[in-house]
Design a protein around this ligand. Sequence first.
Ligand code: DGL
Length: 266
Amino acid sequence: MKSISNAIGFFDSGVGGTSIWKEVIALLPNENTIYLSDSKNAPYGEKSTEEIVALCKKNTAFLLQKDCKLIVVACNTATTNAIEYLRTHYNIPFIGIEPAIKPAALITKTNTIGILATKGTLNSNLFEKTSSNIRKKIQIKETIGKGLVELIEGGKLHSKEMTTLLTSFLKPMISKNIDSLVLGCTHYPYLIPQIRAIVGDRIQIIDSGEAVAKQTKAILSKHHLLNTDKNYVPQHEIFINKEKTSLENLLKTIEGKKICITEKDF
Ligand code: DGL
């Protein structure tokens, strides 16, 4: 039997899913959390569906052992390739993350939206299913962000290589008249300042973080697992199976939270 003090579990192929985790802890400040950064196996986006499912099973087993009450799959690639498997095989609520193409389709004026995501996400059956209806009315310009996750994991967020790579992905989309850009990978919100510098002010940048946090709250509430005790001081544990420096750098801006980062093989 789970109780409200059990932690919310999170996993991602690496450090990127902390962009989602940050939104969740901002909206739900009384919740204990455990985040798994499977950086050793990044990037997931170049792997087969079978390999991604196997990694998701390993991560889920770890979080279940820690008695998590709900798991946020803080990775578009893992969600689009494995969420159905996870929901069928485990008796715990899962929150998944998919590229926010529906909100982008609602606001576009040029009827053309761009999406930057991994190969694993863009080639998945789930993405194909979600995007097929939208494609009837809106043009979707897809770009695989090959190499971006590796640079972020390697601590090269603010590097010349990053600017060159991002420019090569974004310029062709801009010339196709996109007015919204969907960030379909949880690593990419960390690139928003660099992306903004390339695309200018006229393109809306859309990610799924806030929507996922709201959905997490709704599902916890539905299962009577939301911690509403305002005096509760939560603990945040992060496990990473590689060196933790790039992760620590990404989390520098978070103040006033008790966060414990452990390097551990899993
Ligand atoms: N953060 C993952 C995602 O949202 C990155 C995938 C990868 O490791 O390639 O898709």
